[in-house]
Design a protein around this ligand. Structure first.
Ligand SMILES: NC(=O)c1ccc[n+]([C@@H]2O[C@H](COP(=O)([O-])OP(=O)(O)OC[C@H]3O[C@@H](n4cnc5c(N)ncnc54)[C@H](O)[C@@H]3O)[C@@H](O)[C@H]2O)c1
Length: 347
């Protein structure tokens, strides 16, 4: 018996622009926080594949890099894919953001890529949402911080403030410190336009900001530690160490340390990696955010707590899929006609 060749519908491929991404995510901060928590739980339960990020560096442009983050997420959020994100810090001199990115989503059934999304916004969103989630969960056993301080006030700091504010945080004091006065002024302008409650103070010295903040956000582009003195943290703040390389390892050794993923975070000369090199051990790591979410560990109220998130590719995939599905639901997907054209094995 002969059977007619099965007519397969051609896989489609969509391009999702930055404008579509921003419209799909606008006002969705609480929903994204729930999604990010769900991803941390799936990752912690082993429902993900998240290999080490690959850093492409250039001998002639040592401050720049492009990072590849392949990943696969299981469970109800199932999706495979790759984030490809550039960091060119000199861009900001001409006003262009430091980071640019695309995200490719692959169909777990066929492997076919089905979408390419502008991803600097997806990346900033998942980073900020994860920081706001960590701020909430890591402060549950302490007096909720009302004095926030931002060290490094670029795009990521702006997104983190937006996600904190949209998930219920209110501050009496907002402190700002940046090596670049224009960045500090730009961030201040954003805060004023966003109607952020609380008194805004721009600090010339990092020390003054650190000493006067209960919740600290580090979002600089420092490649090596520039904050060295554990005494600045004597009041035991909660620290979101998003830029990962600001703190001297001795500050970490004096604190409770929570990471997103131990293997990922103890790499690439992050401060936790330097602390591991200094002590020859990982004992200074108290646990992961998953451990906190599942109640496996409790966070001390009487110590400095440092959250160091390396940034998981599975978070980008989940937020990327959310955006794709939202754009599709609105009937606004730009499908590229004929993207896959060789669809019969023998012609
Ligand atoms: N962990 C994660 O998942 C994750 C994700 C995204 C971005 N990041 C990191 O967040 C950081 C910020 O990104 P961005 O896009 O906002 O960068 P950006 O270039 O827009 O802003 C960085 C700001 O930090 C300031 N700065 C640099 N060194 C400083 C110092 N020693 N003290 C005070 N300010 C300093 C710069 O003047 C600049 O205004 C980067 O390091 C990036 O790699 C982390």
């Amino acid at each position: 018996m002969t059977t007619a060749p099965r007519e397969l519908s051609a896989p489609t491929f969509a391009v999702v622009t930055g404008e579509q991404v921003q419209r799909a995510l606008d006002g969705k901060e609480p929903e994204i926080a729930e999604l990010v928590e769900a991803v941390y739980r799936l990752h912690g339960a082993g429902e993900s594949v998240n290999p080490p990020s690959y850093f492409l560096r250039f001998p002639d442009r040592p401050s720049s890099r492009i990072i590849a983050l392949p990943a696969s997420l299981g469970g109800p959020l199932r999706v495979d894919g790759l984030k490809w994100i550039s960091s060119f810090p000199e861009n900001t001199r001409s006003g262009l953001p430091r980071a640019s990115a695309v995200l490719i989503l692959n169909d777990p059934a066929t492997g076919y890529p089905y979408a390419c999304l502008e991803s600097s916004v997806i990346s900033a969103t998942r980073t900020a949402s994860s920081a706001a989630l960590a701020a909430d969960r890591l402060s549950r056993d302490r007096v909720r911080p009302r004095r926030v301080g931002f060290v490094g006030t670029g795009l990521i700091a702006r997104y983190i403030h937006t996600h904190l504010a949209a998930t219920g945080w209110e501050f009496d004091e907002i402190g700002v410190h940046d090596l670049n006065a224009e960045s500090a002024a730009g961030f201040r302008g954003y805060l004023e336009r966003s109607d952020a409650k609380g008194r805004i103070t721009v600090h010339d010295r990092a020390e003054d900001l650190v000493r006067s903040s209960d919740l600290l956000v580090f979002a600089t582009i420092a490649a090596t530690p520039h904050v060295h003195d554990p005494a600045w943290f004597a009041h035991h703040p909660l620290v979101l160490h998003v830029s990962l390389r600001d703190l001297d390892p001795r500050i970490l050794l004096d604190a409770a340390n929570i990471v997103d993923d131990v293997e990922h975070c103890l790499k690439a000369d992050t401060s936790p990696h330097l602390a591991e090199k200094l002590t020859g051990s990982r004992e200074f790591i108290d646990g992961t955010l998953y451990d906190v979410l599942t109640g496996r560990i409790t966070v001390p109220a009487d110590r400095t707590v440092v959250f160091s998130p390396f940034g998981l590719g599975v978070l980008d995939l989940a937020v990327g899929r959310f955006v794709h599905d939202e754009v599709a639901r609105r009937g606004e997907l730009h499908i590229v006609d004929g993207f896959f054209n060789e669809l019969r094995r023998y012609g």
